[in-house]
Design a protein. Sequence first.
Length: 331
Amino acid sequence: MTILVTGAAGFLGMHVAKRLLQRGEKVVGVDNMDAYYSLELKEARLAELEEDANFTFHYLDIGDSQAAGAVFALYPDLEGIVHMAAQVGVGHSLANPQAFLNTNISGMFVLLEECRKLKHLKNVVYGSSSAVYGGNRKVPFSETDQANQPRSIYAASKRADELLAAAYANITQVPMTGLRLFAVYGPWGRPDMFFYAFAEAIVAKRPIRVYNNGDFRRDFTYVDDAVHAIVAALDNPIRRPDGIAADAFIPHQIVNIGNDKSNSLSEFIAELEKALGIPAIIENEPMKKDDLRDTYADIALARREYGFEPKTPLSEGVPRFVDWFKRFHRL
């Protein structure tokens, strides 16, 4: 198969592309190499992928319809798309909302329009986010919960992507799956992600700001587990169930990808301290008023559809991240 991976120089995009290459697929990677964080890190990710002769890279801003059309025209036989390109971060979305409109919403629209032209396309998988659950107070978060109260521009852009994909799945009848990802961590992560930022601060002996002494629980999902689910979603496009008429079926679904065995932030920090061999300097702050003490995913649908079972505990995942962190930063 020839598979397009957008955001190929990003955290998840790079890992997905690498997994597909390892099993012998031809991968076309695109990325606009946005300077929101270290270009050195993005270039290093690409260098890993470019070691494989089956990988081809194009510099592309997915929101540029003319440039996207030119790249897609080179690959009329594309069979699968994994769309991971996105502007990320709640704080970043407040500081630069236009970038989120251009990439997350316009970029999704451009991609979906190109999908209409592909004759051999079998499946589209795209990254959504647990952030879409917004003001939802029920745990675990289920795909059937309402997601109409986003609390950030980032969350709103991801929810808009889901709605656009549902519309285009109906128009094109190409199966499309949005994966609501929960707190993914691991090697090659972004410097703005909490685990990376904490590791940098601990090594530099700078304090880290922690709410409620880390006494709240989240759905920490190791990147290899998340990638297993993403590739499984690509391999298993949604099909019309028996008994449902073709004209009543939209081949679009939303699936949570997380870890339904939540851990406290204090447990995560303890594993970082252990792996780095350096104690953290913690500055405690009170919990934000509207934050939930415990959030995690209902992953029953992912289990049923993909045989998904997150296998990596913090005691294994955090040391793997730290091993990579030390190598990358030559510590």
